[in-house]
Design a protein around this ligand. Structure first.
Ligand SMILES: *Cc1c(COP(=O)(O)O)cnc(C)c1O
Length: 438
């Protein structure tokens, strides 16, 4: 049963009708660690990293293509250790992420500091912690970096974030939709050029290149190809006008993952190779050196490496309307349906051999009618208190967006690796939740 819902290759079923994740029995894991909990498949995280590292090296040559993990997708110490071991760079977007990465012993020269509003304190903190590169968003930030870097007697590497004017969801036309983004500076309006000139005039700043990030859940390589072309045109224009040639070009993150079988499977390797071909050719035409290319996947590194397990608390049938299955988690551990209406695939982890014949909304336990994990879920008619439900593809933007709404403690993260399992993040206690109350 449910085979049509097997959207990733790290799930299967055993002879007892139990769902397996990374080859391990999820029902046993639920028993061992208690529910609700997050599971993460470490081998999957590592192999997702290697897909990018290998493809980028193949497309651009050794040392000429960098893969940076956008750590906002799932940020905790063990992740940064794994990224270090795999040779990935990282994106960080706050001092909290910088702190965590430093604590994990991550080599901070391979960290790229994003965010559209870095305070002077943030900039100071990042410089003190040796963050390799700032991805500067605006003029105020550039001037502040220049000043603080000067006070520290260093020349800080930065990239400038630009908006190439691409809307990834209407890929047929170069729309101006993204010109009005809160992030970066638009090439089309001339602001990108102005801000480049400002950075070039700062003596404590080493401008290494340009950055763009056009969106998320992108399934089409055309989006990257078109943004690369626009960015390379800009690099050539700046070279011509200012005599400055960018060494690096960062194309952002955003490759899509499968939340349900409606999402396509993408061949990331083939996509990157086709982007590479276009970039190499275009640089030749423009008479510029091929910059060092980076990509910043977040979701596609961790999403399919994650699963959430819940216990069912109740089944409520409202004749003629809707059936509700309540679980011992909710929007506090997965806010994505409540926030974006995101689709997910859910499975009855201990009843995988039973027929899916009950359609219901799986809902959380927060005091909020919008606290829905997913509507329209198909479960066995026998579903009852104590059964285990799994949500697939929860590795990205679940833990990292978790909250303590209703003072619900956040869930632990259990890593599965080589047939073993271990705690990577502990379950919060009530004491943790009330720790800062005075
Ligand atoms: C969020 C983000 C990413 C990662 O996006 P995914 O969709 O998780 O791959 C990369 N770069 C920047 C600048 C981002 O804000």
């Amino acid at each position: 049963m449910y085979k049509d819902k097997f959207i990733c290759d790290n799930i299967s079923v055993n002879e007892n009708g139990h769902l397996l994740f990374a080859g391990q029995d999820t029902v046993e894991l639920a028993e061992k660690y208690g529910t609700a909990l997050y599971l993460m498949d470490e081998e999957k995280i590592r192999s997702n990293c290697r897909t990018y590292l290998t493809a980028l090296e193949k497309a651009f040559g050794k040392g000429k293509g960098h893969a940076l993990y956008a750590s906002k997708a799932a940020s905790f110490k063990r992740m940064y250790e794994i990224m270090k071991e795999e040779g990935m760079g990282i994106d960080v977007v706050s001092c909290g992420e910088i702190y965590t990465a430093v604590k994990a012993g991550f080599p901070m020269e391979n960290a790229y500091f994003h965010s559209n509003n870095k305070t002077d304190e943030d900039i100071e903190y990042a410089i003190k912690n040796g963050v390799g590169c700032f991805v500067a968003d605006n003029e105020e930030e550039i001037l502040s970096i220049d000043k603080i870097a000067g006070a520290h007697g260093i020349k800080q590497k930065i990239m400038i974030r630009l908006t190439p004017g691409i809307d990834p969801h209407t890929f047929a036309a170069v729309t101006t939709g993204k010109v009005d983004s809160k992030f970066g500076s638009a090439i089309q309006t001339g602001r990108a050029e102005e801000i480049t000139a400002i950075a070039l005039g700062c003596k404590n700043i080493d401008l290494i290149g340009f950055h763009c990030h056009v969106g998320s859940q992108v399934f089409d390589s055309d989006v990257y190809i078109r943004s690369a072309e626009i960015m390379l045109d800009f690099i050539a224009f700046v070279k011509e006008k200012y005599g400055y040639e960018a060494k690096c070009l960062d194309l952002g993150g955003g490759y899509g993952v499968r939340y349900t079988k409606a999402d396509p499977v993408i061949d990331i390797t083939a996509n990157i190779l086709s982007v590479g071909e276009v970039i190499n050719k275009k640089c030749g035409e423009l008479g510029i050196n091929v910059p060092v290319i980076s990509m910043e996947p977040g979701r596609s590194i961790v999403a399919d490496a994650g699963m959430t397990l819940y216990s069912v608390g109740s089944l409520k049938k409202i004749p003629g309307f809707i059936n509700y299955v309540s679980i011992d988690g909710g929007m506090t551990d997965n806010v994505r349906y409540a926030m974006y209406g995101s689709a997910y695939t859910l499975l009855p982890a201990n009843k995988m051999n039973e027929v899916p014949e009950l359609v219901c909304s799986v809902v959380g336990r927060c005091c909020e009618s919008g606290d829905i994990i997913q509507p329209g879920v198909e479960l066995p008619a026998s579903i009852k208190r104590g059964d285990i439900i799994a949500t697939l593809t929860t590795g990205a933007y679940n833990y990292s967006m978790a909250s303590n709404y209703n003072r619900v403690p956040r869930l632990p993260i259990i890593m599965l690796y080589e047939g073993k399992n271990y705690v990577a993040v502990k379950r919060e206690t009530f004491e943790d939740v009330a720790r800062l109350d005075v």
